[in-house]
Design a protein around this ligand. Structure first.
Ligand code: G6P
Length: 609
């Protein structure tokens, strides 16, 4: 997965491309490059490292007068991060430059064929075959050549292409990787994501599967794979440019943590009517459909999977149906038992996660109805699902998800109430009580955000540890999964999570003097059990940090440290309990001097399997 950007217009392209790449850095950031075109031919700059390094190598690009170009920020899949593996890749004759996002699955056979014909490869990437294939098949008509190349490629590929023979044109291809066109006053842009386009225009065209575009200063023409022109609607994006910027916070992650009350409110408002009923617009889960269901399967990756784990308890309670939660990359290979009596709920912030998309297709092929919970409008997961519920988290830039996650959990809670009501399992009064609690969630989260200073102080201690074990019962176990992931992904502290009763079945052998155990205890009925588990680890020398609410504070006074919610977390505890855990992870990573928004080895949107 990588980010691509392109520009053709009246303005110098280099600064514009560099700016666009910076906005796409969350998609990958191990190397970057730019190719520029004019009558004299193509000029290429590329290097390993961040965009800043590329900018340095180009001296800011201010001397580059070309007004057409493509850019790329890479997350290595084939070939390690290095200068020679950085995009753009150029054909041996210097005629074509290509940037690619995705994976060319048949690149080895194509590489063999091209090598036999005398083409020399200068990188270890799969992408380079595209540049050479263009050169091989070129007879003077660039668009026709691109069509022929596309017909030979298997896999996923969004491409930006320049040809030295047509220096006033930028070409783009979309196939199973995201790509949007932006139309500005001065020309046209392409980008993997609207975030890179927003500073220049709000008018965008979403490319669809198989689309090939030819962009010039004055026009964007889109054709299908056979060369026939296709009409793609111009959309007005209402995301704010500001929303994609840090807004005064030191890191996107902190800004996104702080945005949670608002985005939770937006998310819930989008499916609550004035009478306090959950309404899921455009969703075909009628009573008849719901009554046919025998089970619900949730599939997702990473934090989205944890959201599924957190939502599961409530949905089971509301529907009386078994809810299974599966990791998308496992689901597809285990001959899953889903059929027309199953509702498959697919959760994805980006809507582009390759494993999630594959699981969605698997479920559909087996006759299951698929409902997606997605943040990105028009994303692949949204497009391919029967029903879509959009979280309203807005653009999330920090690689470690926060508001993306909590809005997913909120949406699952809304879905639970909706299904409970439609299935006749919720009385008017019960419905009203749940809706009231849901409406209170943003204010509850706001109160939990006041724990920032407390979390910062505790983070000083946490940051001294190299290992941490998170334990909890019931929904606190689901919170523990997300809390430990947050900590490990940004602070690089080894963290694991367990159902609190499970630790003693093996992992407790790792607990010794000073081992950090974070105990999550939000459930009234499980407080006594949690106390026993805390005693078990304390007896082995653990340092225990307990996270609970003010009502139970005294019961956990034996803990070495307490992080106390100023409010009762209530029925929808997964959300308020997660907030201090996000803050703890953030401040711990800060204390350890980590690159919080761009943790090593990770990427925001994982479009490879
Ligand atoms: C990546 C991100 C995670 C995210 C996961 C699933 O691994 O780093 O934060 O939870 O992908 O992403 P999705 O966009 O499908 O929610």
């Amino acid at each position: 997965m990588c980010g691509i950007v392109g520009y053709v217009g009246e303005l110098p392209a280099a600064p514009l491309l560099l700016q666009g790449l910076k906005r796409l850095e969350y998609r990958g950031y191990d190397s970057a490059g730019i190719a520029l075109a004019n009558q004299k031919g193509l000029e290429v700059y590329r290097c390993s490292g961040r965009i800043q390094q590329l900018e340095g190598a180009m001296e800011g690009g201010t001397h580059c007068t070309q007004t057409v170009g493509i850019g790329h920020t890479r997350w290595a899949t084939h070939g390690k991060p290095s200068d020679r593996n950085a995009h753009p890749h150029v054909s041996g004759d210097g005629r074509f430059a290509v940037v690619h996002n995705g994976i060319i699955e048949n690149y080895l056979s194509l590489k063999g064929e091209l090598s036999e014909k005398g083409y020399t490869f200068t990188s270890d990437t799969d992408s380079e075959v595209v540049a050479h294939l263009l050169a091989l098949l070129y007879k003077g008509d660039v668009l026709d050549t691109i069509r022929q190349v596309v017909a030979r490629l298997r896999g996923s590929f969004a491409l930006g292409i320049l040809c030295a023979d047509t220096p006033g044109c930028l070409y783009a291809v979309k196939n199973a990787s995201p790509l949007v066109i932006g139309v500005t006053e001065t020309g046209c842009l392409i980008a993997s994501d609207v975030t890179a386009i927003l500073p220049h225009t709000r008018r965008i065209i979403r490319m669809e599967e198989g689309d090939i575009a030819r962009l010039t200063i004055g026009a964007a023409t889109v054709t299908d794979q056979t060369g026939h022109p296709v009409q793609r609607a111009m959309e007005q994006v209402d995301w704010d440019v500001e929303a994609a910027e840090k807004g005064g916070y030191a890191h996107f992650m902190l800004k996104e943590i702080m945005e949670q009350p608002r985005v939770l409110e937006d998310t819930m408002a989008s499916c609550l009517d004035q009478n306090g009923e959950v309404v899921l617009e455009g969703v075909g889960l009628t009573e008849a459909v719901l009554h046919r269901l025998r089970r619900i399967t949730v599939v997702a990756c990473g934090s989205a999977y944890h959201a599924g784990m957190a939502g599961r308890y409530f949905i089971e309670q509301m529907t009386g149906l078994p809810v299974e939660v599966d990791i998308a990359s496992e689901f597809r290979y285990r001959d899953p038992l889903v059929d027309e009596h199953t509702l498959t709920v697919v959760i994805s912030q980006s809507g582009e996660t390759a494993d999630t998309l594959a699981a969605l297709r698997e479920a559909k092929a087996r006759g299951s109805r698929v409902l997606a919970i997605v943040n990105v409008v028009g994303s692949s997961v949204a497009n391919e699902s029967d029903d879509v519920l959009y979280t309203r988290a807005g653009p999330e830039i920090a690689v470690a998800t926060t508001k993306g996650y909590t809005t997913q959990v909120a949406m699952l809670y809304m879905l639970g109430v909706y299904m409970g009501r439609r299935l006749g399992r919720l009385t008017v009064e019960q419905n009203a009580a749940y809706v009231r609690e849901l409406r209170d969630l943003p204010a509850l989260v706001e109160r939990c955000l006041t724990m920032a200073e407390e979390a910062r102080t505790l983070a000083e201690t946490v940051s001294q540890h190299e290992h941490a074990y998170f334990i909890g019962r019931h929904v606190d176990y689901a919170v523990a999964l997300e809390a430990s992931l947050k900590l490990k992904e940004i602070s690089y502290i080894h963290a694991e999570s367990y159902g609190a009763g499970e630790l003693k079945h093996g992992t407790i052998s790792l607990v010794e003097e000073g081992t950090l155990v974070v105990a999550l205890a939000s459930r009234e009925e499980l407080v006594a059990k949690m106390l026993s588990n805390i005693k078990e680890v304390k007896a082995r020398g653990a340092t225990v940090l307990t996270v609970t609410d003010c009502a139970h504070r005294d019961m956990f006074r034996e803990s070495d440290a307490l992080l106390t919610l100023p409010v009762s977390p209530g029925t929808f505890a997964a959300i308020p309990m997660t907030v201090p855990m996000q803050l703890l992870a953030y401040y711990t990573a800060l204390a350890r001097g980590c690159d919080i928004d761009k943790p090593r080895n990770l990427a925001k949107s994982v479009t490879v399997e």
